[in-house]
Design a protein around this ligand. Structure first.
Ligand SMILES: *[C@@H]1O[C@H](CO)[C@@H](O)[C@H](O)[C@H]1NC(C)=O
Ligand SMILES: *[C@@H]1O[C@H](CO)[C@@H](O)[C@H](O)[C@H]1NC(C)=O
Ligand SMILES: *[C@@H]1O[C@H](CO)[C@@H](O)[C@H](O)[C@H]1NC(C)=O
Ligand SMILES: *[C@@H]1O[C@H](CO)[C@@H](O)[C@H](O)[C@H]1NC(C)=O
Ligand SMILES: *[C@@H]1O[C@H](CO)[C@@H](O)[C@H](O)[C@H]1NC(C)=O
Length: 356
């Protein structure tokens, strides 16, 4: 009975396969759960022992900077009333990002942007950073260990330094070192801001769920934030804070236990929830970038994220190439210009300078 034999062979084969499959699946699941648990524990051990009170780090009233900022000339002259001070959050080893920014958009900013880092526990990186700071005189090194989980401290130190060097500036902008800024667009935007109730400006997120997957860059555990939704907040890639509110924001933050997501913390929990400040969405803050986009549109953008240093350099050159003719109206707008909406839908408003 060859066919019967064949049938049992097939059954056997299927059973063995199924068994192996189930076995592998279960081991994989166990490993996955195990590694998730380990990462959670790791996160907990890194974050739990450290104070959640910002005053312990910021130390208001004390000088904390290892390398302190220079006071921009226009602030010394009392001419800062219409300007924006750019603070670029950078990591000690991101020398390349800083070099590219210095040779691109920084040239259009007055005063020039100030880089801010913490200290590196690697002595070699730390020495290189100190040398660079001495040469360019545009780096502030603050008194905390520079890690991604410590990013909230970096923003706190931005506010502290801003108050020390130029508290009367109209706005302070926090941005990352992997974004392209058009300072002129930022200046045009803030020129439109009314004198009363100046808003925070950036890309607004509303109704975002906290990332509970431990592998996410934005992971936040329940013990740091337990609500099912994050408050509305402005994307940390770059946002503007009115200078006259900075002191209030920093003071208030001393009473809000800190979390690892600096944008949610400062714009959402402190400025909006505690101080009832307005978060103003602007279409000119782009949180993603695509090769296919129209370079003419980039000229109208305040911020473009996220770019590797070489990419930033290339895009800056292409965007500001004199031979690029932006006089034509483009019938086929890129998806980018619509920020996800059908292009014709937003085209009418795309070039206006309204704060939406
Ligand atoms: C800012 O600019 C506007 C318009 O150019 C001017 O009226 C205003 O006085 C300026 N404000 C300060 C503080 O310099
Ligand atoms: C944050 O910085 C503080 C102060 O330097 C340091 O003690 C702590 O280990 C850092 N925390 C993390 C999570 O890196
Ligand atoms: C942090 O410490 C300061 C001064 O000791 C205190 O006034 C403040 O309430 C504390 N904040 C939190 C969140 O515990
Ligand atoms: C919050 O601000 C808005 C205007 O921006 C105002 O209408 C409202 O009364 C304020 N709420 C509180 C609680 O102060
Ligand atoms: C674009 O238009 C402006 C005036 O609207 C003109 O001065 C400029 O020469 C034009 N550029 C090109 C490349 O056609």
């Amino acid at each position: 009975m060859p066919s019967n034999k064949r049938a049992s062979a097939i059954v056997l084969f299927v059973c063995v396969s199924l068994f192996i499959y189930i076995y592998l699946f279960i081991t994989w699941q166990i490993q996955f759960l195990e590694s998730t648990r380990r990462k959670r524990d790791e996160f907990y051990s890194i974050m739990s022992w450290q104070s959640r009170n910002l005053t312990d780090f910021i130390q208001p009233g004390h000088s904390t900077c290892h390398v302190c900022p220079q006071i921009p000339q226009i602030c010394k002259d009392g001419q800062e009333g219409n300007s924006t001070i750019f603070f670029v959050t950078s990591a000690p080893q991101n020398q390349k990002n800083r070099a590219v920014i210095r040779s691109t958009w920084a040239l259009n900013a007055n005063p020039r942007p100030i880089f801010i880092t913490g200290i590196s526990t690697n002595p070699k990186n730390m020495n290189l950073l100190l040398e660079e700071a001495q040469i360019y005189k545009d780096i502030v090194i603050e008194d905390f260990v520079d890690t991604y989980k410590n990013l909230t401290l970096k923003t706190g130190f931005i506010l502290k330094n801003f108050l020390n060097i130029c508290p009367k500036a109209k706005y302070v902008m926090k941005c990352d070192d992997d974004v392209m800024i058009n300072p002129n667009i930022v200046y045009e935007l803030i020129a439109k801001v009314p004198d009363q109730n100046k808003p925070l400006i950036g890309k607004l997120y509303v109704g975002t769920e906290p990332f509970r997957t431990v592998d996410s860059k934005y992971y936040i555990p329940y013990w740091l934030y337990e609500l099912p939704l994050l408050p509305p907040y402005l994307s940390g890639t770059g946002y503007l804070i009115p200078g006259e509110r900075v002191e209030e924001i920093l003071e208030e933050s001393f009473h809000v236990p800190l979390i690892n997501l600096e944008d949610v913390y400062f714009t959402g929990m402190v400025s909006m929830e505690k101080l009832n400040m307005t978060l103003q969405n602007s279409k000119r803050f782009l949180s993603f970038y695509t090769q296919k986009a129209n370079k003419c549109d980039y000229r109208r953008m305040a911020l473009l994220h996220h770019l590797e240093p070489d990419e930033l350099d290339k895009i800056w050159r292409e965007t500001w190439n004199e031979n690029l003719n932006c006089n034509k109206t483009h019938i086929f707008r890129t998806i980018l210009s619509g920020i996800g909406m059908p292009p014709f839908f937003v085209r009418k408003n795309f070039l206006d300078l309204d704060l939406d």
